[in-house]
Design a protein around this ligand. Structure first.
Ligand code: HEM
Ligand code: HEM
Ligand SMILES: [Fe+2]
Length: 454
């Protein structure tokens, strides 16, 4: 069944722009990895110096993931509330503001215009535009829901996550002269985004997709949502302490952060278990095997990247050695990919064909892309991880200098560049596939899958 509400169409440009930015993000990733992997001539290094190329890589990631979430919200809200969006004009205006701000920020980075905080480097002036874009978004979604007067827990979790996300961003606006205090609040954005607000958004989008593709009753899905949301907030908020160990914050954060962040994998594992149960309880033959593959893959990868990889370095005696090393970077990649990159792609594979008016298409390229990207990210995580363990051992156990460690790590960065090129190809392949999906009456790949899975 194609879409039920015309205003859902605003989602498509959000998705298309997000996907193109995803490809660009990977290109910059390979460039910064090459700076570690090879002794490049200085003239070449200066074209896009590391300290500006890295923010381009990471800000592109944050920007495209957020555009994806917003597009997904615009797709989902009309179906959940049974009403068209309050205003499609506002939705387009918001897209123009956010993408315009993004472009200005990227050009700004090249021209050395930055506020310096990792992942949120964009300067104050542009921050204001981001806030305006976010307010338009919340206004539009909020008014749609108020007018529809139909409240569901799934919507509530989504809206709660989005409001929380926007409020937290405000803590990034002021600059505190005391650096300990500045970093203290910076973590409210970074940590409470990915381990709080975004988890609520993810839980809501996943619940929506599970209802759609498995036909499992709303009551069953939403019963679990309560439990998960409660646990996410309970562990995630106090878990912020795992970033306060060595920051100059009071000592009690060592045990508060240690205990609560060690509990953070619980809701993530619960989400996987919950998704798995719904899939087994499904009531209709699997409508979209590829979306299903993505959804289950995402739940498992989320557990590996955030739950397992996060847990490994979250206890203070271990973090003492690994803090800020490539071990952290390894976790950052696997967790972001598993939890939020795959979430967006799951939603795109569900929504894009429907936005184009069909549900059956050749799913083989989608499956190839899924496995290609997922396995490549495992390789990247491993390369970063080995480099990180070497770094922690050589610098922090043996006490040698930074460059001594870098020399030993270089080989693993060369492996990383190799996986990076594979990732670029896999992402380009997947993006091209999503943007050119065509109906297939015989349902090539999916026809066979229907027999297998139902
Ligand atoms: C989807 C969820 C998650 C994402 C996207 C994510 C991502 C990240 C990123 C990007 C960083 C690096 C920040 C920086 O220093 O620049 C980080 C740090 C960290 N994460 Fe996660 N994370 C997630 C969940 C978790 C969970 C559940 C745990 C614990 C069980 C965890 C434990 C840690 C720790 C301990 C650090 C600090 C490492 C250090 O001291 O250098 N993460 N995370
Ligand atoms: C889905 C794809 C990707 C995601 C989600 C992603 C995410 C991230 C994140 C969150 C960070 C910040 C890490 C931190 O602060 O701890 C980062 C940095 C980085 N990424 Fe990626 N990235 C991706 C693809 C790539 C690719 C393909 C490469 C190249 C091989 C790459 C190379 C790097 C490098 C070298 C850094 C800087 C690490 C440092 O500062 O030492 N990334 N990326
Ligand atoms: Fe955290």
């Amino acid at each position: 069944m194609p879409i039920a509400y015309p205003s859902q169409r605003v989602a498509y440009p959000y998705f298309a722009i997000a996907l193109l930015l995803f490809v660009l993000q990977i290109v910059f990733g390979i460039w910064i990895a090459s700076n570690y992997a090879f002794n490049l001539p200085q003239g070449l290094v200066d074209v896009f110096p590391f300290n500006f190329a890295r923010p381009i890589h990471t800000n592109l990631l944050v920007l495209w993931l957020l555009l994806g979430f917003m597009g997904s919200t615009y797709y989902m809200i009309p179906e959940e509330s049974g009403r068209d969006l309050f205003s499609t004009k506002l939705a387009y205006l918001q897209l123009v503001i956010l993408v315009g701000t993004g472009v200005a920020a990227l050009v700004g980075f090249v021209l050395r215009w930055t506020s310096g905080r990792p992942l949120l480097e964009i300067p104050f002036t542009l921050d204001i535009l981001v806030v305006i874009g976010a307010l338009i978004f919340l206004f539009n979604v909020g008014l749609t829901l108020i007018r529809a007067r139909k409240w569901t827990v799934t919507q509530g979790s989504l809206l709660g996550g989005l409001v929380f996300l926007a409020l937290l961003y405000l803590f990034d606006l002021p600059f505190y002269r005391n650096l300990t205090i500045d970093w203290y609040y910076w973590w409210w954005v970074i940590h409470l985004w990915v381990e709080g607000a975004w988890e609520l958004v993810a839980a809501a989008l996943t619940a929506f997709l599970l209802m759609k593709i498995t036909g499992v009753p709303r009551a069953t899905v939403e019963k679990w949502l309560y439990v998960e949301l409660g646990l996410f907030l309970f562990t995630g908020i106090a878990g912020t302490g795992h970033h306060y160990y060595w920051l100059g914050a009071p000592h009690y954060w060592i045990w508060v952060g240690g205990v609560f962040s060690a509990l953070e994998p619980l809701p993530i594992i619960l989400m996987l278990w919950d998704a798995w149960k719904h899939v087994k309880e499904r009531q209709i033959p699997m409508a979209s095997p590829l979306v299903f593959l993505y959804a289950v893959g995402m739940a498992i990868y989320h557990v590996i990247g955030a739950g397992f990889w996060g847990f490994v370095h979250t206890l203070p005696p271990i973090n003492y050695y690994t803090h800020g090393s490539q071990v952290t970077v390894s976790h950052g990649h696997v967790a972001f990919f598993g939890a939020y990159v795959l979430l967006n792609l799951t939603f795109f594979y569900y929504a894009v064909p429907r936005l184009k008016g069909f549900t059956k298409f050749n799913e083989r390229p989608g499956r190839i892309g899924f496995w290609w990207m997922s396995l490549t990210m495992m390789g990247m995580g491993l390369a970063f991880g080995v480099a990180g363990v070497l770094q922690a051992y050589i610098e922090r156990v043996m006490g040698f200098g930074f460059m001594t460690a870098q020399a030993q790590m270089q080989f693993w960065f060369q492996i990383l560049v190799f996986f990076g090129l594979s990732m670029l190809a896999a992402v380009a392949y997947t993006v091209a596939n999503i943007l050119t999906l065509k109906p297939s009456p015989v349902a090539g790949g999916s026809g066979n899958d229907l027999k297998k899975t139902s």
